[in-house]
Design a protein around this ligand. Structure first.
Ligand SMILES: Nc1ncnc2c1ncn2[C@@H]1O[C@H](COP(=O)(O)OP(=O)(O)O)[C@@H](O)[C@H]1O
Ligand SMILES: O=C(O)C1=C[C@@H](OP(=O)(O)O)[C@@H](O)[C@H](O)C1
Length: 315
């Protein structure tokens, strides 16, 4: 049996990409871990299947992580063995709460698959600098894969199984590379990267909102505000970008604006995260702690974390 293990962080939103295809997110210090096992011996059933399991969520949809194993194995030039393969995730990130659990699970699974199959992960060239295609891309069985290419496999898997609207390369790249990214999700390119060092408070209400069910037309209606948010983010004004995003997308998706209004003067930025229902505020310790006390009065979980620059990791 060949086994691989890896983890990747959750993320919060600066700009929701559902309006224009341009999105921005930043990694936070809460992780999903994936373990992948390729059976060494054929069983009686020559099914070559990948079987997924999500800890503490027996009824959750495992197709994303199963597809990630299939795509990464294909790139590694390794067919799924006759005994099949299994993938399991354990997560600190609430699922379908706007905190990019899908991106973290996909990144962790792709990395764990490469770990199991002996394919090294390289940082690769600066993803904000456009490159010409190289011969390496045509190699049948590479010994190494760049972080961005590994991340794009998770994005492809998310598209294949329909858990995303735009592919969510903004969320996936923040999770895989760490720090903050601004991306074009139509082209799957990284436009900008940064490493803000923030204290973070998250409010996760009890309900859940799957991205695939979001009202895309309502999001597109706030495109002029999304363009403003993108300009602010590309100019390095991440906090202001985030707050404008929060007001626009709460209006579009019918979430309350009170959590933003009650936090705005205390922190660098505050927003609805993704398609909700979580809200995220970032800034200095004191302001973030004040917001935590205010959000503690709301139903659900209020929890503290920080930004992280580590991204996806083996082991
Ligand atoms: N820990 C996990 N393990 C495996 N798959 C997961 C995990 N978390 C999320 N997913 C997949 O992602 C889907 C939720 O994606 P989405 O609605 O975009 O929520 P989020 O905003 O949390 O990423 C789930 O239905 C499941 O298919
Ligand atoms: O499915 C998608 O394309 C996206 C889903 C949203 O995130 P969540 O999955 O956190 O709701 C959004 O913020 C992101 O920019 C794009």
């Amino acid at each position: 049996m060949r086994t691989g293990r890896a983890s990747a962080p959750a993320a919060g939103t600066v700009l929701n990409a559902l309006a224009t295809g341009t999105g921005s997110a930043f990694a936070i210090d809460a992780h999903t871990t994936a373990t992948v096992e390729f059976e060494a011996t054929p069983t009686d059933h020559d099914e070559r299947r990948v079987t997924g399991e999500i800890a503490d969520a027996p009824d959750a949809d495992t197709r994303l992580i199963e597809r990630c194993v299939e795509l990464a194995a294909e790139v590694a030039g390794e067919p799924i063995p006759a005994g099949g393969a299994s993938v399991g995730t354990e997560s600190e990130i609430p699922m379908a709460a706007g905190l990019k659990s899908s991106s973290a699970a996909a990144n962790a699974t792709v990395l764990a698959t490469f770990d199991a199959l002996g394919v090294a992960i390289e940082d690769g060239p600066d993803p904000t600098v456009p490159t010409e295609g190289t011969d390496d891309e045509d190699e049948a069985t590479p010994d190494s894969v760049s972080r961005v290419d590994a991340c794009l496999l998770g994005v492809a898997a998310a598209r294949d199984v329909g858990v995303t609207v735009t592919g969510a390369f903004d969320d996936a790249s923040a999770s895989m590379l760490g720090g903050l990214t601004v991306t074009d999700n139509d082209e799957d390119t990284v436009l900008h990267r940064a490493t803000p060092d923030w204290e973070v408070v998250v409010w996760t209400p009890p309900e859940r909102a799957f991205s695939a069910d979001a009202d895309v037309e309502r999001c597109r209606a706030v495109a002029p505000m999304a363009d403003l948010v993108a300009d602010l983010a590309l100019d390095g004004q991440y906090g202001r970008a985030m707050t404008v995003n929060g007001l626009a997308f709460c209006a579009a998706l019918d979430f309350p604006t009170d959590p933003i209004v009650s936090a705005m003067t205390e922190v660098t930025g505050v927003s609805l995260s993704g398609t909700g229902p979580s809200f995220v505020a970032v800034g200095e310790e004191r302001g973030v702690e004040t917001v935590r006390e205010r959000w503690d009065a709301l139903d659900g979980e209020t929890w503290r974390t920080t930004t992280t620059t580590d991204g996806g990791r083996l082991g």
